[in-house]
Ligand binder design. Structure first.
Ligand code: UD1
Ligand code: CA
Length: 472
């Protein structure tokens, strides 16, 4: 669709208005940097703009301009993103005026808002097609309660005559339920002279972008209203309540999309995806799980209640029991097929677990490989280690991987048994098939097959009299 739109009607340039203050958020963070599904509101909009192959995306910044520009430049390093400052903010028409110098006449300009995050690419493509290189196309929607919005004033059933802002509207006009969504597509060569003619003679003494509709009618340019029936796509965020409501609505949509693919969810209303989640067949997800970054779940994977899983690949048939925290960050985490993880386990960046590995409660794994069948079932830390197949790693045992200045590796051969409460002082190697007695502090490498006990010998005194408290 994008290609068709481009071929037929020339390049698309997008202007994102993001200079407003967002007073009702009552926050020091600029409104458009507040997060929906883990990403800044304005990042969703930039993403969608790039999704329709925009030639250029101009973000108009004002309040918190430096912060907004820095965040976007970092998030979209290689994108055709440009910024136009609007100081002070004198209205939506004034906002687009600031971007004008960056817009070439051969394109169609699509105007979006940084605080309307869920506008869809297909909707924009349809709007560009409706504009067709020669018309002003407005995205409109019917609201039961249109209070506050610009009303679409029509000439009978004919074309659109004007947009009248709520504050400027007559009582009759306020009855109109079709409102302007804030999104338009307009041929840039037509837009520019209209912008030059804007004034601020209205109830709010602002330069209204919406006044170009009247100019189009005067100039004999057709104005078309493209109605959407999806209120989420045009929903703006003005306060924390609206942000939370939009978050829930968005999350429900993501949950529904996954369920259509066959994912079974205990409760789609208690599911959060802040990134991407790829699922193979027969995945089950219990309540209150949060997925972040890029996560993929193999066939038959089960995720227990209250897990947070980020940047990880979970292989077929693995079970993640409740309250497990997995975050691969940049290095990633992999959990092998049929592994059992948790409850209350923590997998950190670089944890690579093989098939049928068992990780139990209060066990932390970081930057370590565990080969097939290795088990650490209780209260343990394994960091910067290579753990062989079928190793049994006892409760309370840790790798002392950090000497205060540098990290060192621990190597544990296949079939090793590490007793409880051991400290493996890295760098150290435990030879394959070896056994380390409980309570050992091992700082020298051991031979394969041997028993290592590194603790003080037990001394027992028979009939020992315990001290008694003196009387005062
Ligand atoms: C605007 C429309 C109204 C429409 C409504 C939909 C105008 C005059 N009115 O009204 O018809 O129904 O959106 O939500 O366009 N912004 C700037 N600089 C400014 C002013 C605004 O960047 O000087 C940004 C805001 O941060 C916001 C967007 O533009 O992201 C829309 O501004 P807002 O003040 O919310 O417009 P409305 O009065 O709601
Ligand atoms: Ca608004």
């Amino acid at each position: 669709m994008a290609q068709i739109a481009q071929q037929d009607f020339g390049p698309v340039d997008v202007v994102i208005m993001a200079a407003g203050k967002g007073t009702r958020m009552k926050s020091s963070l600029p409104k458009v940097l507040h997060r929906l599904a883990g990403r800044a509101l304005v990042s969703h909009v930039v993403d969608t703009a790039l999704g329709i192959q925009a030639r250029k995306v101009v973000v108009v910044t004002g309040h918190g301009a430096h912060e907004v520009e820095t965040a976007l430049a970092a998030a979209f390093a290689d994108a055709p993103l440009e910024f136009a400052r609007q100081v002070p903010q004198l209205g939506t028409g004034h906002a687009v005026q600031q971007a004008e110098a960056l817009l070439d006449n051969d394109g169609t300009t699509v105007v979006l808002s940084g605080d309307v995050p869920l506008i869809g690419a297909q909707t924009l493509q349809a709007l560009v097609a409706a504009s067709a290189g020669r018309r002003l196309a407005l995205l409109t929607i019917d609201f039961d309660d249109p209070t506050g919005y610009g009303r679409i004033v029509r000439d009978g059933d004919e074309g659109v005559q004007a947009i009248v802002e709520h504050k400027d509207a007559t009582p009759e006009q306020r009855q109109i339920r079709e409102v302007y969504s804030g999104v338009m597509a307009v041929p840039t060569r037509l837009l520019k002279p209209w912008l030059a003619r804007l004034d601020n003679k209205n109830a709010q003494a602002e330069f209204y972008l919406t006044d170009i509709v009247r100019m189009a009618t005067v100039d004999g340019v057709a104005v078309v209203a493209h109605r959407t029936d999806d209120p989420l796509q045009v929903a703006g965020v003005n306060d924390p309540l609206q942000l939370a409501q939009l978050e829930r609505a968005y999350q429900l949509r993501q949950a529904q999309a996954l369920m259509v693919q066959g994912v079974r969810m205990a409760d789609p209303a208690r599911f959060d995806l802040r990134g991407t989640l790829a699922c193979e067949a027969d995945v089950e997800i219990d309540v209150n799980c949060v997925f972040e970054g890029a996560v993929s779940l193999g066939a038959g994977v089960r995720i227990g209640a209250n897990c947070v899983i980020a940047n990880a690949r979970i292989e077929n048939g693995a079970v993640i029991h409740p309250f497990t925290h997995i975050d691969g960050e940049k290095a990633g985490v992999t959990v092998g097929p049929a592994a059992l993880i948790g409850p209350f386990a923590r997998l950190r960046p670089g944890a690579r677990l093989g098939a049928e590995v068992h990780i139990g409660n209060f066990v932390e794994i970081k930057n370590s490989t565990l080969a097939a069948g290795a088990k650490a079932n209780h209260l343990a830390y394994i960091g910067d280690a290579s753990v062989g197949a079928r190793v049994n790693y006892g409760a309370g045992s840790i790798t002392a991987n950090y000497d205060g200045a540098n990290k060192h590796r621990t190597v544990i051969g296949d079939d090793v048994h590490i007793g409880s409460n051991c400290v493996l002082v890295a760098p150290v190697t435990i030879g394959a098939g070896g056994t380390v007695g409980g309570g050992s502090t091992v700082s020298k490498s051991t031979e394969p097959g041997g028993l290592t006990v590194a603790r003080a010998r037990q001394v027992s005194y028979p009939n020992w009299l315990r001290p008694v408290k003196k009387k005062a």
